[in-house]
Design a protein around this ligand. Structure first.
Ligand SMILES: [Zn+2]
Length: 277
């Protein structure tokens, strides 16, 4: 569980305190808008497919399996926190345009694509690892968050990416900057580990705020061990859920300025949702 319930309790208590000490004629304090989690659509994209599995871990396991397991655990946690419209989206076709269309068709308020990372081939080495010859890296570890400046909901994509970075840092996770050095990805938020990846189809073409998380460098044996650790994944899915809740609060507050009801059913048009383009 994340902080949602504590905050609700605080809102129940705070008006009582202010009422007790307020002048008789004072207006009732307005309450902040609260995320309507049940109405907030979250599409969790499982990166890659069973046959086009993405990166290879230090112990020879395909990235897709890491992505799918993390997505299953994240969706379970989101639903436990009342995000009834949280949904895992798996593709069997490697066509990225189809993937973006499938994600957009759900009309989510947020799309998060889950991936596990590697490095450029020249930074991989082949050597014995736990008694077998493996290809792996030792020099790069940590998470990366990506957004596309060509996404129609860039402002919101950036907002969620920053919230996500802050929650991962709060869990003592650290970003990796190897995509800056190896692929010239521009930095958006150095502290939180947020970068631009403008051309990535799933970020550019999905018609919702869209963010991609590389949660660990699985070609690094130490990071792979973390990705296999249920306790690490529990912290990770907790951090992601906390960031989604805060983002949902922001979207709800903006769409419900009177904060009397909270109904968020679909993304607003780009001009309403803080997009630049
Ligand atoms: Zn990937």
């Amino acid at each position: 569980m994340v902080e949602r319930r504590d905050r609700r309790i605080a809102w129940l208590v705070a008006p009582l305190i202010s009422f007790a000490f307020a002048p008789v004629a004072a207006a009732a304090p307005s309450q902040p808008a609260v995320c309507d989690a049940a109405a907030f659509g979250v599409a969790i994209d499982v990166g890659h497919t069973g046959t086009h599995y993405g990166a290879l871990s230090a112990h020879g396991k395909g990235e897709f399996e890491f992505n799918r397991r993390l997505a299953q655990e994240l969706v379970r946690k989101l639903r436990d926190n009342s995000f009834d419209r949280a949904e895992m989206v798996i593709q069997t076709d490697a066509d990225l345009q189809k993937r973006a269309r499938a994600l957009s068709s759900r009309r989510p308020n947020l799309m998060l694509s889950l991936h596990h990372d590697s490095v450029q081939d020249k930074y991989l080495k082949t050597a014995e690892l736990d008694g077998q010859i493996r290809t792996f890296t030792e020099g790069f570890h940590g998470y990366s968050i990506f957004v596309s400046r060509d996404n129609a909901y860039l402002d919101d994509s950036e907002k969620f990416a920053k919230l996500l970075g802050a929650e991962l840092l709060a869990q003592h996770m650290s970003p990796t900057f190897h995509h800056v050095d190896q692929e010239n990805r521009p930095i958006y938020d150095a502290t939180g580990g947020v970068f631009f990846y403008d051309g990535l189809v799933v970020l550019r073409q999905t018609t919702a705020p869209a963010v991609l998380l590389e949660s660990a460098v699985i070609s690094n044996p130490e990071d792979e061990k973390k990705a296999e650790d249920p306790l690490f994944r529990d912290r990770l899915t907790g951090a992601i859920t906390a960031a989604i809740l805060k983002f949902c609060d922001i979207v709800t507050a903006r769409s419900e300025p009177q904060a009397t009801t909270g109904t968020v059913t679909k993304p607003a048009a780009p001009e309403e949702q803080g997009a630049r383009k």
